[in-house]
Design a protein around this ligand. Structure first.
Ligand SMILES: Nc1ncnc2c1ncn2[C@@H]1O[C@H](COP(=O)(O)OP(=O)(O)OP(=O)(O)O)[C@@H](O)[C@H]1O
Length: 231
C-alpha cells in the first residue's frame, strides 16, 4: 500500500497541499481529479520528495518521507511518468528505455517491448520521429523497466487522440491486474471513472471527496459537477 497521511507541501513559502490523505492499494488504480491548480501534480511530487513536505508518505508500511527522491524510487520501487513525458528526443527508443537502468532492469527489455507491439521494430529509431502515442509508450516502457510496485502517471493522455489514450489505458489496466498500484492524474473525470477503481477529488490542496467508481450515482454526480467539466 502507498499511503499519504496529512501531507502538506510547499513551493518556497507558497503552500500547495494542506493535509492530503490517500491510499493506493496494490493492484488498484486511483485517479486524482480536480480543477487546475488543485494540487494533483504536487501530490505526485510530494510522493517523490520533489517538493518540501510535512506529514507521512509510506510504502508498504515503511515511512519514506525523509528519504531523497532516488532512494524512494530505487529502494521502494516507485516509477513515474511525468506530464510531457521527459524523453531524450535525439536518442533512440532503446536508449531512452534503458538510460540509467541497471543490468537486471535491462534484462527485462524484451518483456517490456512485448507489451508494446507498436515499438517493436522501432527500437533504433529516434524518439523524435515517433507519434505522440508511441512516445508515451516509450515513457511508460521506461517506467516499467524498473519493475515498479507503484506507478505514478501525470496525465498520460495529454495531447493524444482518444483512440490512443484508450490503448494506453488498456496497458495500464493490464499492469494493474498483475498487482501494480497506479496513481494517476487525469483531467477528464469521465475518463478517470472509466479506468480507475477510485476517484480522489482534490480541491485547493485537500481531498474533497473519495468516490468508488462502482458507485455510478456518485460518479455521475461528479461528472455533472463543475469539477467534472473538462477544461
Ligand atoms: N513550481 C511551482 N512554483 C510555485 N507554485 C507552484 C509550482 N507548481 C505549482 N504551483 C502551485 O501549486 C498549486 C498546485 O499546483 P499543481 O500543479 O499541483 O495543480 P494541478 O492540480 O496539477 O493543476 P493542473 O491540472 O493545472 O496541472 C497551484 O496553486 C500552483 O500555482
Amino acid at each position: 500500500m502507498l499511503t499519504l497521511e496529512s501531507v502538506k507541501g510547499w513551493y518556497g513559502s507558497t503552500q500547495a497541499l494542506f493535509g492530503v490523505n490517500l491510499r493506493v492499494p496494490p493492484g488498484k488504480t486511483v485517479a486524482l481529479v480536480g480543477t487546475n491548480g488543485a494540487g494533483k501534480t504536487t501530490t505526485l511530487r510530494a510522493i517523490l520528495g520533489a517538493v518540501r513536505t510535512e506529514g507521512s508518505v509510506r510504502v508498504d508500511d515503511v515511512d519514506i518521507s525523509a528519504k531523497p527522491t532516488h532512494r524512494r524510487v530505487n529502494d521502494h520501487h516507485i516509477s513515474v511518468v511525468h506530464e510531457g513525458r521527459g524523453l531524450l528526443s535525439q536518442l533512440s527508443v532503446l536508449e531512452n528505455l534503458t538510460v540509467g537502468a541497471n543490468r537486471a532492469q535491462r534484462a527485462r527489455i524484451d518483456e517490456v517491448l512485448d507489451l508494446f507491439p507498436a515499438l517493436q521494430g522501432r527500437t533504433h529509431q529516434k524518439v523524435s520521429l515517433l507519434s505522440g502515442g508511441q512516445q508515451q509508450m516509450v515513457a511508460l516502457g521506461r517506467a516499467l523497466l524498473r519493475d515498479p510496485k507503484y506507478l505514478l502517471l501525470d496525465e498520460p493522455g495529454l495531447g493524444l487522440a482518444p483512440v490512443v489514450i484508450d490503448e494506453i489505458y488498456r496497458y495500464i489496466a493490464e499492469l494493474c491486474s498483475r498487482g501494480m498500484g497506479v496513481l494517476l492524474v487525469e483531467q477528464s473525470v469521465a475518463r478517470a471513472a472509466s479506468v480507475a477503481d477510485e476517484l480522489v477529488l482534490l480541491r485547493v490542496g485537500t481531498v474533497d471527496r473519495v468516490i468508488d467508481t462502482t458507485d455510478s450515482a456518485q460518479v455521475d454526480q461528479l461528472v455533472a459537477d463543475a469539477f467534472g467539466v473538462h477544461h
